[in-house]
Design a protein around this ligand. Structure first.
Ligand SMILES: Nc1ncnc2c1ncn2[C@@H]1O[C@H](COP(=O)(O)OP(=O)(O)OP(=O)(O)O)[C@@H](O)[C@H]1O
Ligand SMILES: [Mg+2]
Length: 479
């Protein structure tokens, strides 16, 4: 069913009101009718008995045993007089049921009523009565009472009158009934309007808010009104909350992406500029043989940087995108660390920094190559930031449920403000940017991605005695 709440409410109210009014009116009219009939019956009974009694007395006085013509004529006159005052018609029938006296007009004297059950019953000595509906809708009541003389029934008085019925009441009060129906309609309309407003106000508010939500995600509604609309409002607020959060996340993701793209292009620009400058100079024929070698070396170094950058980016993408694709196995972190340190040895030696591996850690489930890469990147950073003659330590240990690997150095440490950004892609502390050395700032991002894919954590801190400490925790294997 379509249509507004208002139409439905109105229809429901009208239906209920009309049904209730109809049922109530029919019931009360029926009660009124029954009451009227009862009262009339009582009156007719009395009149019939009184007149029958009077006639019996008269016949007794006259000394006959039937209603004679003179008595009938006198009775007819008396009844006419009485009937003029009341709405009752009194007839007298003789013992055969023939009318001998009639107070009404047109007179029915001579007609035979013996076929009527109430007359037959009276002529047998018992009072009889009947109720009949007339063609005009009114009810007619008949009461017949025997007239006795000398121990015999000599005739009967037959009294009748009409009264209202439900049908006549309905007809007579049509105007009033129409008025009442109109009043019902008006009351239903007013009630509907008030109720509709009250019921739909929270819905209208909700509608307005829903429209606004499309452009403003901070829109919330106040839960008011009936329980259902309050619940709807709460659901709306929850929805709005989720939309706001996910749109914030989307914006953050977009910001990260665009920063990533600008970082990548920035990183590409400097090696490309270097290559281009070197090539331009080489094209200039006046370059000496020694300079030629130098520029060619620059071109190769910058090209290597580009390759390294591309490799690192691909690597990061692979680790972050990989789910369950790593070849997993039992990994002894001591072995992985030793291999990584050995691979780093030439660079560390070049920087004049000693690297040692100490302690043991419980075995972990993981990809040995990747974990070796974690140690390699951390050791590379540590040796880079430690002055020549310094010492970098890789310390292994176990903690409840965790294998712990710490790389500590004797460098300058990390400015506290930078600790939060350290693991972001392309992030480098300002002093590292200023230096000609150093990579793209992807090393720690790769480390964090690998550790995360192993279900572990990494944190950076400054040691009280100076230098940085990177702590990696990986879930250990129990047996
Ligand atoms: N042990 C350390 N001591 C002091 N600063 C460090 C240390 N390790 C990392 N950093 C700082 O964190 C930055 C990010 O390190 P990350 O390894 O991600 O990049 P990178 O070493 O500069 O380049 P890449 O590793 O990509 O070649 C470094 O540039 C440096 O500023
Ligand atoms: Mg690094």
């Amino acid at each position: 069913m379509r249509g507004s709440i208002r139409t439905r409410l109105l229809a429901a109210f009208l239906l209920v009101a009309v049904a209730a009014a109809a049922a109530l009116s029919i019931y009360s009219l029926a009660v009124v009718e029954a009451y009227g009939v009862r009262r009339l019956q009582e009156r007719l009974d009395t009149e019939a008995r009184v007149s029958a009694g009077l006639l019996s007395a008269a016949i007794g006085t006259i000394g006959t045993t039937h209603v004679g013509p003179s008595l009938a004529a006198a009775t007819s006159r008396a009844l006419k007089q009485a009937g003029a005052e009341t709405a009752t018609r009194i007839i007298v029938v003789d013992s055969t049921g023939r009318v001998v006296a009639d107070g009404g007009t047109p007179s029915v004297i001579g007609s035979v009523y013996s076929a009527r059950p109430e007359i037959r019953s009276a002529l047998r000595g018992t009072e009889g009565s009947a109720t009949r509906s007339l063609s005009n809708g009114r009810l007619a009541l008949f009461v017949a009472v025997p007239i006795s003389a000398g121990g015999h029934v000599v005739g009967a008085t037959y009294v009748s009158s009409t009264t209202f019925s439900v049908a006549t009441l309905l007809r007579d009060y049509r105007g009033q009934l129409a008025l009442v129906a109109l009043a019902f309609l008006l009351a239903a309309l007013v009630l509907t309007e008030v109720l509709t407003r009250w019921l739909t106000r929270p819905l209208r508010d909700l509608q307005v808010s829903a429209r606004r939500l499309a452009t403003d995600h901070s829109v919330r509604v106040r839960p008011v009104g009936p329980r259902e609309t309050r619940e709807l409002a709460a659901a709306f607020n929850q929805l709005a909350e989720e939309i706001e959060t996910s749109s914030d996340e989307l914006h953050e993701e977009e910001r990260r992406k665009s920063r990533f793209v600008s970082d990548v292009s920035h990183e590409l620009r400097s090696p490309l500029t270097g290559i281009r400058l070197a090539a331009e100079t080489l094209l200039d024929n006046e370059v000496g043989a020694e300079d030629q070698q130098r520029f060619l070396a620059t071109i190769i170094r910058e090209a290597d940087r580009l390759t390294g950058l591309a490799n690192d980016l691909l690597e990061l993408q692979r680790i972050e995108g990989a789910t369950g694709e790593l070849p997993l196995g039992r990994v002894d972190l001591r072995r992985a660390a030793t291999l990584a340190v050995e691979a780093n040895d030439p660079v560390a030696a070049d920087r004049g920094v000693a690297v040692t591996v100490e302690g043991r850690a419980p075995e972990v489930l993981g990809a040995a190559d990747r974990l070796q890469q974690v140690v390699g990147n951390l050791v590379d950073n540590a040796t880079r930031h430690t002055p020549a003659g310094g010492h970098v330590r890789v310390i292994l240990s176990g903690e409840a449920g965790w294998a712990v690997l710490r790389v500590v150095d004797e460098g300058p440490g990390i400015p506290p403000a930078d600790l939060a950004n350290l693991f972001e892609r392309f992030w480098r502390a300002q002093y590292s940017r200023d230096r000609a050395t150093g990579g793209a700032g992807l090393g720690l991002a790769i480390v964090r991605a690998i550790v995360a894919s192993h279900g572990g954590t990494i944190e950076a801190a400054n040691r009280p005695e100076g230098g940085a400490a990177f702590t990696v925790r990986l879930p250990s294997l129990r047996d």
